[in-house]
Write a new protein. Structure first.
Length: 241
């Protein structure tokens, strides 16, 4: 066989230059995206960039700390920063006044959460922890107060109505009581439950709750707690709407 003579190329004139330009554009776009990703990683706080444990730092010189210390002498026991958040240890007596000030004068208008922590070897053994957020810039203040089973913590329900249920949860899980709360009853477990499940000394195997003896419905006027917001079902009499 003889090779057939090759004819002129059928590729349109300038196609090679267009391909080179497209490849160069793709390469530049990729380099730009990689540079942006590297810059975003470099801008992250160390604990996000390297998965390192954040370090505590002193925050006594923070302007908000200075303002609160002036407004409420003796209420602030310690001021620190952790993972970008301001953490304030407060006295029980100063808790409600400081929270009111944060809400009304410093724009921390969102109560994110209230939770508990148990340190059985410490006296007093419990911390109650509050998270407040300033919506405008997403700044967070974390407040800690220390208490024990016998000492009531001032309820924040007069300041934030949304404090009602999380305070009941802290009471239910840890046994911490809140003064002036409108309904200091359990919210997850039933009244009469033996113990507080998030305490460190609560048995890991659980306890005999006796729940099988409780009926699904109670007659009116019966049940562990009447009209206490505990969720007990009451039979409706005939004719009740």
């Amino acid at each position: 066989m003889t090779d057939e003579p090759k004819g002129p190329s059928t590729a349109p004139e300038g196609a090679g230059a267009e391909e080179d330009e497209a490849a160069r554009a793709r390469r530049e776009a990729l380099e730009k995206a990689q540079a942006a990703k590297a810059a975003a990683e470099a801008a992250k706080p160390p604990w996000e960039r390297d998965a390192a444990t954040p370090e505590w730092s002193d925050a006594a010189g923070d302007p908000l700390v200075a303002a609160l210390a002036e407004e409420h002498p003796g209420a602030l026991e310690q001021a620190r920063r952790f993972a970008g958040d301001l953490v304030l240890d407060l006295s029980l007596d100063g808790l409600r006044a400081v929270v009111t000030s944060l809400k009304e004068h410093h724009d921390y208008t969102l109560l994110v959460d209230i939770c508990g922590a148990d340190y059985p070897e410490r006296e007093p053994r419990f911390d109650v922890v509050y998270h407040l957020r300033r919506v405008a810039d997403a700044a967070v203040v974390r407040l800690h107060v220390k208490t024990d089973e016998a000492t009531e913590v001032p309820s924040l329900t007069p300041v934030f109505r949304g404090a009602n249920w999380p305070e009941r949860e802290v009471y239910d899980m840890f046994g911490v009581h809140f003064a002036d709360h409108p309904d200091m009853t359990r919210i997850l477990m039933w009244e009469g439950f033996n113990g507080h499940p998030l305490r460190k000394d609560f048995p890991v195997e659980g306890v005999d709750t006796g729940s099988a003896i409780y009926p699904e419905f109670y007659e009116k006027g019966e049940g562990p707690v009447e009209k206490a917001g505990t969720g007990w079902l009451v039979k409706e009499e005939e004719g009740d709407g």
